[in-house]
Design a protein around this ligand. Structure first.
Ligand SMILES: NC(=O)c1ccc[n+]([C@@H]2O[C@H](COP(=O)([O-])OP(=O)(O)OC[C@H]3O[C@@H](n4cnc5c(N)ncnc54)[C@H](O)[C@@H]3O)[C@@H](O)[C@H]2O)c1
Length: 667
């Protein structure tokens, strides 16, 4: 057994490792709000120390108190393992179960410093999207995964491994919940408080569910969004060449925007205040050029427009300055959006204009009320200038980061005349909902746990062949979706999308997902692919997420404020064969604003895996289509009727449409 394997099996070491110095080269999470009372701080320390043997309490108490005072949280930095953190080939993990080894592969990918936003604070993306709350939880979880068998299930309680319970082979190996709160305790400050106490965490979507695959995960969705936004504004069916897309954020997910803009064929300007984030995305080749001077930016954009260049430019600075400068300089913006982390507005998700990045970080910790005022001022200014642009013709859409929600709460002029809706559509209302989710197309993904790029290339070829076959006999309604995805998978290798594990994303419907998964399982069985494959998806999908301003924004029967679908989805996945399931409060648009769930499924080339994939993937897509069709969405009614033709055991309640005249006559 090698050193890495020994360390995994050791779990929380009995003899404390030496303390580590604070590495300033790493992108650290901002200091969190000092929200706990003296008694609550005692409770937080008691909570943290319960992971350790009594003999270590005295040393750790001072250390953890210091972490709580300095960073607002207890991360247990000392316990971070010394081995390199990355998704190793599956055979390198110790353990008794292929399934749990695959989960270890996924967890380590989520914490890989190349992939994760704040790796030492166990944050994968979105500023607060945590895999674990502290390093003791990580160590214990990995040990459990290495020890357990396929007759047991590990229960994860917001990062805390509650324990391993007896179950059976067809049960999930891991059941994850993140941030599930009694509904009345789901405000932003509740997260601050209960996370500081060490009893809950914000799992985002794919962070706390071990399904993050780097920015590739969102590049595809963003490419589809930008492409289709381009189709909406096209006057004569022209493409995006020479057109300008302005947005912000080069973080975990938002960093995908420039690459997606390039694949879609436009000029992208993306503002980012954090120089480290700019550097990361630039050095990874996700953005072509960096400019930190507004006049230089204007000149560069004009040149790109004249030459119809396809180029992406990072503006190192605040997005509000870009919108205002382009307004005064009359730079026409064709497409506009925003991807700052407004699901987390008061703790580093959004940086107000006219304050330096460093000063903002100090202010949010030391003067939170003033910081909140500055954020709201800035949002009002940003909305005002965006309104100027849209009056000139810009197509602006909310990109699922709660921009319009927080701007409206700040009193910005973003409401429609009816006072209920926003002035601008969310990308789900105009694009993703009717064109993808209602038909069952969503962000299906897979990871080759052999960590071998050749395996990934083989899966690309298999997936492409299957999609092309499906496209030949698919109805007209879904031809464009299939064509976009065939094009995507053909260009995937060339676009060098892999950061971290050997992963691929593809928008597919139930038929596509099932057929692709089956073909992978066969290829593993025949030895064409050299190791197990993990299937999964973003929670941001057809069925996994109830979120009234995002995934379910195009549900108009009032049920967009209910969360039954996400719960049903995860329950259904768990007894149909998922290897792990997760359900989260918060993700994307914020704590208390969304309930979302997902799954992971390990394919190992066996007959059982084939049975599981068929049963689970069919449900995983169609339960959401059924709900969307009940909400009277035409595309979903079309899709669920097709599904019922294929599967006679599926019987979905369909809505009867009421004649508008009949209704209007009585009001
Ligand atoms: N539409 C989708 O499919 C989708 C998917 C995932 C995430 N999201 C949402 O998008 C948002 C961004 O996600 P992320 O993972 O990139 O978060 P992130 O925190 O990693 O990145 C956001 C970036 O915005 C920068 N920023 C903040 N305020 C700024 C300002 N005023 N001007 C310029 N830059 C500023 C931050 O420095 C940060 O780097 C989140 O709210 C997330 O929930 C949307």
């Amino acid at each position: 057994m090698n050193n890495f394997q020994q360390q995994i099996l050791q779990g929380i070491p009995d003899i404390l490792p030496v303390q580590k110095s604070y590495d300033t080269e790493i992108n650290h999470a901002p200091k969190r709000k000092d929200i706990l009372s003296k008694d609550e701080k005692k409770l937080a320390l008691q909570n943290a120390l319960r992971y350790f043997d009594k003999k270590n309490h005295e040393v750790l108490l001072t250390e953890f108190k210091n972490e709580l005072d300095t960073y607002g949280r207890i991360y247990m930095y000392r316990m971070r393992p010394d081995y390199e953190m990355y998704a190793r080939p599956i055979d390198e993990y110790p353990g008794k179960s292929v399934q749990t080894k695959a989960i270890m592969h996924m967890i380590q990918n989520n914490l890989n410093p190349v992939v994760a936003q704040h790796p030492y604070e166990l944050i994968t993306y979105g500023g607060n999207g945590a895999v674990f709350q502290n390093w003791a939880q990580y160590l214990l979880t990995m040990k459990y995964l290495a020890e357990m068998t396929d007759e047991q299930t590990l229960v994860m309680y917001s990062g805390h491994p509650l324990g391993i319970f007896p179950s059976h082979k067809n049960a999930p190996r891991v059941v994850v919940t993140n941030g599930m709160m009694i509904p009345n305790y789901s405000k932003q400050d509740d997260w601050e408080k209960f996370n500081a106490l060490g009893v809950t965490q914000y799992g985002q979507m794919t962070a706390g569910s071990y399904m993050y695959i780097g920015p590739q995960g969102i590049v595809h969705g963003t490419t589809i969004t930008v492409l289709n936004a381009g189709r909406i504004i096209a006057v004569n069916g022209e493409d995006l060449s020479g057109k300008l897309f302005v947005t912000s954020g080069l973080g975990g997910m938002s960093g995908a925007q420039p690459k997606a803009g390039t694949i879609a064929g436009c000029i992208t300007v993306c503002a980012e205040v954090n120089p480290k984030a700019v550097h990361t995305r630039h050095s990874q080749g996700w953005v072509d050029e960096v400019i930190d001077d507004l006049d230089a930016l204007v000149a560069r954009v004009n040149a790109a427009k004249n030459a119809k260049e396809i180029v992406s430019i990072a503006y190192q600075g605040n997005i509000v300055d870009v919108w205002e400068k382009f307004d005064t300089e009359n730079i026409y913006v064709d497409l506009g959006s925003d991807q700052t982390s407004l699901h987390n507005p008061w703790a580093g998700g959004y940086y107000p204009v006219d304050i330096s990045y460093e000063d903002a970080n100090t202010m949010m910790a030391n003067e939170p009320l003033l910081f909140k005022e500055k954020v709201q001022d800035s949002l009002r200014r940003q909305a005002k200038t965006i309104n100027n642009h849209t009056s000139k013709g810009t197509y602006f859409f909310d990109y699922g980061n709660a921009f319009l929600l927080e701007a409206s709460r700040a009193g910005a002029d973003v409401m429609a005349e009816n006072g209920i809706d926003f002035k601008y559509p969310s990308y789900v209302q105009d694009i993703m909902g009717p064109m993808c989710f209602d038909f069952g197309f969503g962000p299906f993904r897979w990871v080759c746990t052999s960590a071998n790029p050749d395996d990934l290339a083989k899966t690309d070829a298999i997936a492409c062949e299957i999609l092309e076959k499906i496209k030949k006999r698919a109805p007209a309604e879904i031809q464009q979706q299939l064509a976009d995805n065939v094009q995507w998978i053909k260009g995937a290798q060339q676009n060098k999308l892999v950061v971290g594990s050997q992963a691929r994303i593809l928008y597919a419907d139930a038929e596509g997902r099932i057929n692709i998964a089956k073909a992978f399982n066969n290829a593993i069985k025949s030895g064409e692919i050299s190791g197990p494959i993990v299937l999964g998806r973003d929670h941001h999908d057809v069925s996994g997420t109830d979120s009234p301003f995002r995934e379910t924004a195009n549900i108009y029967d009032g049920s967009q404020f209910t969360a039954d679908m996400a719960i049903h989805n995860v329950i259904g996945d768990s007894f149909r064969g998922a290897t792990w399931v997760s359900i989260h409060n918060g993700g994307g648009v914020g704590w208390g604003e969304v309930i979302n769930g997902g799954f992971g499924m390990v394919l190992d080339g066996t007959k059982e895996a084939e049975q599981r994939l068929q049963a689970m993937l069919f449900w995983d897509v169609n339960n959401g289509i059924a709900r969307r069709s009940w909400a009277r969405n035409d595309e979903a009614i079309f899709a669920i009727k097709r599904a019922m033709e294929v599967e006679p055991n599926l019987i979905v309640t369909l809505p009867n449409m009421v004649n508008d005249n009949l209704l209007n006559n009585i009001f």
